[in-house]
Design a protein around this ligand. Structure first.
Ligand SMILES: Cc1ncc(C[n+]2csc(CCOP(=O)(O)OP(=O)(O)O)c2C)c(N)n1
Ligand SMILES: [Mg+2]
Length: 834
């Protein structure tokens, strides 16, 4: 072990500092993440590094102070900052290398500055919600301030070379919500190191040497996602370095109400790795002790990186000089003693004292540095504001000119002038005020038409298009690699194609894909050794190895996080959630993190994860759910596939595995043992997303259904035919995207009557289908009778076949509902049954 000893005023030891690398702060050209190299470093060089660290920390603090002021004076909506957490982040940055990953939370601005993954000007651009990704690359103004991300997907949808860049996965605001993703980011390193077949993916890893750094607040460690992640990381033994920023509070709630023993690392001692066991290396260090912090991070990350042992660094005695966020002050809930203690233990104050005490610097030098730093931060803030305000001002001036021209020609001149005056008097106007003024003027002049009004209308259309791009774009990656652009390959059958169980057909599909693409992996509960509970992966672990098809613990949220992290690092994961009912345990990760990823980074990040699950019908309250309304309401940002059988499911997997957007595929639980014909190209034929299919033609009523109910509808069609009724059955196949070719609408042209059969509760998935068909496609205008929905009851189905019959739409229900619609239209021909 190396050790440097500086004999200055005090004897200060720096064990373990091993490396010096240069990294330039973009706007300052000064070293930032420099490490200490015992063998090469002179005292002067060492001094420079420390002083520079202090500068970064001090600038970061100024950003927090100024940022809060900008919120309080109304220039920004909300502010949350990393004050009181600076010094630990300087130390963490020293251990962070190109290729590494961060999944953290809103306190990490100092780390981001120190690594160069973000700049001071970007900090303010995000605070002002600048929608330009050149100005706020993390989120294009979509996220609150201090929500960080690096852009690892270029405009064409291509991955950047992640092995050469420092990488930051996009933050989310939900406390602890990022932890499952952290697991996946770390797990990717394990796969890259241990599965030699992945060596060709050079842009993503160098032998799995990348560490995934996570940060989390002490309060957020109370979340289940934290514990689930912690346990999974210990089982998997992945290079995951979790730092806990412990300031003894979570907003107003103190540690004694958050954490057993008020001490998270004390509680977690059982996770400590021991001779012969797996587990963690756990470290505890104070947040104002620069020397110990640098030493701790150096040691912790070395073992994490080299040995793939997860580490946990509990950083205690942190403070929060400005309180939690811009909303509210901490004087309300912290005692005077606590506030005094925090003032005294401010990490920058302590670092400054130590630097002076050990003759690394002196008060004069640091005073000067601080003055320069303050000015620098102020300059960055002004530039960021001027850039944002300048663009809006240009729009505003143009709008005012157009409104003034219109006013001159209008009978409502004074009313329009009022609109102009209001707009001009608005303090710090935004785009909303500009566009709203135009729309008001359009309403005021509703009865007028002239060139000036046309000019205003054209301008409004242009503004709306631009604002649509600024504020509403990129729910999906929408690039060349989108699954919607995957070429359609027709299904082929040999003349003597075998009939086999649906599960075997899926198995053939997965087998072919695993053979074709070495980056595909699959995992979940019971997925590995037995090949999933319905045998779709049967035999594939034996064939392709445990690195590609594996079992996980019962931990739905981190199964999704595991997949998400892998997908961000260039692999193609299929993450399995055993039953659709258990999606609720993963829904936070799917909804908050995965579904919003492309949108919240404005296309700067992607995670093409495929979630595989099964549901709709089996037995009992927790095994036969069909919460499609919940899925539709929480997973916008994923493709939602509801195949009616395993052939269609296979075709959808074949499409999705060739695309780059996330999706969920819900297989029919009762379809695995039904016979289907084995295609000749089970791993190649594709089912395009959003293309509905008429699976039975008819003239009387259009019945739209999907998944398991389709078989019931088809059986009903046979019975109804005997009663002289011919239904047309449409399977949308995917609920998102929905019926891109308006097949439902076209069917209504023939039938003028619509019935939706859906297994969800009334008003669940069915209301989405109605909205899409009647409103979006315009089907309303084709109807000659009230549209109907036939759904399950409002409760979940009881156990047993009788419970199913009396709860879910049954054959009898479908027949009678269709018949009643015919009875209503023509009672003479179809007299009431009852
Ligand atoms: C899931 C969720 N619950 C609650 C919140 C509201 N909230 C935001 S920050 C916060 C406190 C977090 O405290 P801690 O984890 O200690 O981090 P600190 O802010 O102290 O650094 C809370 C309750 C949230 N954002 N997400
Ligand atoms: Mg806290």
């Amino acid at each position: 072990m190396l050790s440097v000893v500086f004999y200055v005023e005090y004897k200060i030891e720096f064990p373990n500092f091993t490396r010096l690398t240069k990294y330039c702060m973009p706007e300052t050209e000064i070293l930032s993440t420099s490490r200490f190299d015992a063998s090469e470093l002179s005292f002067d060089e060492f001094r420079k590094i420390v002083i520079n660290d202090y500068r970064i920390g001090f600038e970061s603090r100024q950003a927090s102070l100024l940022g809060r002021r900008e919120v309080l004076t109304g220039k920004a909506k909300f502010g949350i900052f990393g004050d009181g957490k600076e010094v630990a982040q300087l130390a963490m940055a020293k251990a962070f290398r190109a290729g590494d990953w961060r999944a953290g939370y809103y306190r990490d601005q100092t780390f981001m500055f120190a690594t160069g993954m973000s700049t001071m000007k970007e900090f303010f651009a995000q605070l002002y919600a600048n929608p330009d990704i050149e100005k706020d690359p993390a989120s294009g103004g979509r996220q609150m301030n201090c929500h960080y991300a690096t852009r690892f997907v270029d405009a064409g949808g291509n991955w950047v070379n992640q092995a050469e860049t420092m990488n930051c996965s996009s933050d989310i605001s939900t406390t602890g919500g990022h932890m499952p993703r952290l697991l996946g980011l770390a797990y990717a390193s394990k796969l890259y190191r241990e599965n030699k077949e992945l060596a060709y993916l050079k842009n993503f890893s160098v032998n799995g040497n990348e560490v995934a750094f996570g940060t989390i607040g002490n309060g957020a460690t109370s979340e289940g996602l934290f514990f689930e992640t912690l346990n999974a990381g210990g089982v998997l033994q992945v290079p995951m370095a979790i730092s806990i920023w412990d300031d003894a509070y979570a907003i107003s709630v103190p540690a004694n109400l958050q954490t057993t023993k008020e001490d998270i690392s004390e509680v977690l001692k059982g996770f400590q790795r021991e001779e012969g066991s797996n587990g963690y290396e756990i470290f505890k260090v104070r947040g104002w002790d620069y020397v110990s912090l640098c030493d701790t991070y150096e040691r912790a990350i070395e073992v994490c990186r080299n040995e793939h042992v997860p580490v946990l660094i509990h950083v205690t005695e942190m403070t929060q000089p400005q309180g939690h966020s811009s909303s509210g002050s901490h004087e309300r809930y912290k005692s005077k003693e606590r506030l005094n203690w925090e003032a005294e233990h401010d990490c920058l104050l302590q670092m400054r004292k130590w630097m002076i005490g050990s003759a690394i610097s002196n008060a004069e030098e640091l005073d000067e540095l601080e003055a320069i730093a303050k000015k620098h931060v102020r300059d960055c803030q002004r530039d960021a504001w001027n850039e944002m305000a300048g663009e809006i001002k240009t729009d505003l001036d143009q709008t005012v000119a157009l409104l003034a021209a219109l006013a001159k020609q209008s009978a409502k001149e004074s009313e329009i002038n009022d609109v102009i005056a209001e707009l001009q008097n608005t303090v710090d106007p935004g785009r909303a005020e500009v566009v709203s003024a135009i729309r008001r003027a359009m309403r005021i002049t509703i009865a007028e038409n002239n060139n000036e009004k046309q000019a205003l209308k054209t301008w409004l259309a242009k503004e709306l298009t631009l604002n649509n791009e600024r504020y509403n774009s990129k729910l999906f990656s929408e690039t060349h690699y989108s699954p919607l652009k995957v070429p359609v390959t027709a299904i082929e059958y040999d003349q003597d194609a075998r009939l086999l169980d649906g599960r075997e057909l899926l198995n053939a599909c997965f087998d072919a894909n695993f053979e074709r693409d070495k980056s595909i992996v699959a995992f979940g509960e019971d997925v590995g050794a037995i090949g999933d509970v319905n045998q779709g992966f049967a035999g594939l672990q034996a064939k392709y190895g445990e690195m590609r098809i594996s079992d996980t613990g019962i931990r739905e949220a981190t199964i999704i996080g595991q997949g998400m992290g892998l997908a961000m690092r260039g692999l193609k994961p299929i993450a399995e959630v055993q039953y659709m009912d258990y999606l609720l345990y993963a829904i936070t990760v799917i909804s908050d993190d995965l579904a919003s990823l492309s949108y919240r980074t404005k296309g700067g990040q992607k995670a093409p994860l495929i979630i595989r699950t099964r549901g709709h019908r089996l037995e009992g309250i927790w095994h036969s759910g069909s919460p499609m309304g919940t899925i539709l309401g929480t997973m916008r940002g994923l493709h939602i596939c509801v195949p009616r059988n395993m052939t269609q499911a296979a075709g959808m997997y074949n499409t999705l595995l060739r695309g780059d957007e996330p999706a969920i595929v819900i297989e029919n639980l009762n379809g695995y043992r039904l016979k289907e014909k084995l295609p000749a190209n089970p791993g190649d034929f594709t089912v395009p997303l959003g293309i509905a299919e008429v699976i039975k033609e008819g003239t009387d009523i259009t019945v739209v259904s999907y998944g398991a109910t389709l078989r019931i509808v088809m059986d009903a069609a046979v019975e109804l035919k005997k009663m002289g009724i011919h239904i047309e059955v449409v399977d949308p196949q995917t609920l998102y995207p929905f019926d891109r070719e308006k097949t439902c609408y076209n069917s209504l042209k023939k039938t003028s009557k619509l019935l939706i059969v859906d297994e969800d509760i009334p008003g669940g998935g069915a209301s989405y289908l109605l909205q899409q068909i009647l409103e979006k496609q315009g089907g309303y205008y084709l109807l000659d009778a009230q549209p109907k929905t036939l759904c399950a009851k409002e409760h979940r189905p009881p156990y047993g076949s009788d419970g199913d019959y009396f709860t879910k739409p049954s054959l009898d229900d479908v027949i009678e509902t269709v018949y009643s619609m015919m009875n209503e239209a023509n009672p003479g021909k179809f007299p009431a049954i009852y």
